[in-house]
Design a protein around this ligand. Structure first.
Ligand code: NAD
Length: 419
């Protein structure tokens, strides 16, 4: 993808700007920059799905592999009405850096289908998933490209993808997806792994900053990442005062009753209908005077228009790309510490890696073992990012990118350009 076709705004523009900054800072060879900037493979599929009333609807889906130099492509699948090729490209590129900063033997990929899954019946969702999985089978495989859940998808969707792939090859291949149920070869601890990693990264950075490892937290997003973060941060002694979903947010200055909010949302309720706390908007949530702000919904939520209103002095990016590069610079100038997505939310892909290893070996670890592996892995990566930031006088995002881009560049140089 040359500069004439590169977008000027949106998540992919942000991902390219972040990469370019890291490439400048590490003085990356221009030839390597050319290679690492481009997505390696992009597949767009238009496919029919039979709906419950017998009608046929055509959906569009994508799978993008940004880079596979360090190992098989790894990355989630998103079902969202605004999913498009540029968003999937951005998410795939972020996966490359995330796997590299965590030192996982993977490249980066992402998939997406332009659909609001909440408008589909369970049967329609299964039909859509099985047909989309069939369309991307040319790319998928336990040694080539391993999907996982992201926004709008979950363990059940992964189970259907695993089954569809297995039916096509004629035998069960649990390692073709991660984030699947434990009953069919999933890993203990995977469902909460992204949020657990977010907690470990937050604790590690608060400790290194010399701040109390406690205090008030606001979370944007009440899905897999946000809702599990509400529980885990509360259990770890933080006071989670606010959480939101796309319907709006809820606030309690004394701390939300995590189990009650969890139940309300898991039962399918919107937070706008939760009666046991004050209602606030998403904009108000982002401007709360809290110790930790965890955007865990969607890209571009903290931007140049609202960055000045953010009062938290630590932001941990549960979502991918929630802070735009413009907002990042404004926050940095004000001394707000941002723990970048490629580190902060990497707990999910880290346990996905352990799930894949278990699937390949048909040998399984206990939940305690998985949680310990995750904490050790995240602790190690956080330490490396912190140390580099201190050594080079850069912020945590710059340090994480310098490590990640450096690792992928080294691998590319060692392998060489074929032929
Ligand atoms: P999810 O679909 O389970 O939940 C998303 C939540 O965000 C929902 O509560 C939804 O209502 C809310 N939301 C959507 N748009 C919003 C908006 N404009 N304002 C406020 N809330 C909004 O998704 P998830 O799996 O929790 O993923 C959330 C983010 O975390 C995404 O950026 C995803 O890429 C990232 N992420 C997820 C994982 C994972 O393991 N699931 C891993 C790493 C990163």
């Amino acid at each position: 993808m040359n500069s004439t076709t590169a977008p000027t705004e949106g998540p992919y523009a942000a991902a390219l700007a972040q990469f370019d900054q890291a490439a400048d800072q590490i003085d990356l060879d221009p030839n390597l920059r050319e290679v690492l900037r481009c997505p390696k493979r992009e597949l767009t599929v238009n496919f029919p799905v039979e709906m419950d009333d017998g009608s046929i609807t055509c959906f569009t889906g994508y799978r993008v592999q940004h880079n596979v130099t360090r190992g098989p492509a790894k990355g989630g699948i998103r079902y969202h009405p605004s999913a498009d090729l540029d968003e999937v490209r951005a998410l795939a590129m972020w996966m490359t850096w995330k796997c590299a900063v965590m030192n996982l033997p993977y490249g980066g990929a992402k998939g997406g289908v332009t659909v609001d899954p909440r408008t589909l019946s369970r049967h329609e969702l299964e039909n859509l998933t099985r047909r989309y999985a069939t369309e991307i089978i040319p790319l998928m495989g336990p040694d080539s490209d391993i999907p996982a859940p992201d926004m709008g998808t979950n363990m059940q969707v992964m189970a259907w993808i695993m089954d569809t792939y297995s039916m096509h090859v004629g035998y069960s291949v649990p390692a073709v997806v991660t984030g699947k149920p434990v009953a069919i070869g999933g890993s203990e601890g995977r469902e909460r792994a992204t949020s657990r990693g977010l907690l470990v990264a937050t604790q590690a950075m608060l400790e290194r900053l010399g701040r109390p490892v406690s205090g008030t937290v606001a979370i944007q997003g009440a899905g897999n990442v946000g809702l599990n973060a509400l529980q885990l941060f509360s259990e770890a002694g933080f006071t989670v005062v606010a959480i939101s979903d796309s319907s709006g947010g809820v606030y309690d200055s004394t701390g939300l009753a995590a189990p009650r909010v969890y139940k309300h949302v898991s039962d399918g309720g919107w937070l706008a209908d939760y009666c046991e706390a004050e209602h606030i908007s998403n904009a108000e949530l982002l401007a709360l005077d809290v110790d930790v702000l965890a955007p865990a919904a969607i890209e571009g939520q903290i931007h140049s228009g609202n960055a000045a209103k953010v009062r938290a002095n630590l932001i941990v990016e549960g979502a991918n790309g929630p802070v735009t590069p413009e907002a990042d610079a404004l926050l940095n100038d004000r001394g707000v510490v941002v723990v970048p997505d490629i580190l902060a939310n990497a707990g999910g892909v880290t346990v996905s890696y352990y799930e894949w290893v278990q699937g390949m070996q048909h040998f399984f670890w206990s939940r305690d073992e998985i949680n310990r592996l995750l904490a050790d892995h995240m602790g190690r990566a956080a330490q490396e990012v912190w140390n580099l930031a201190q050594d080079r006088g850069v912020n945590l995002r710059e340090a994480a990118y310098q490590i990640a881009v450096g690792r992928v560049a080294e691998a590319t140089q060692l392998r060489g350009i074929y032929p």
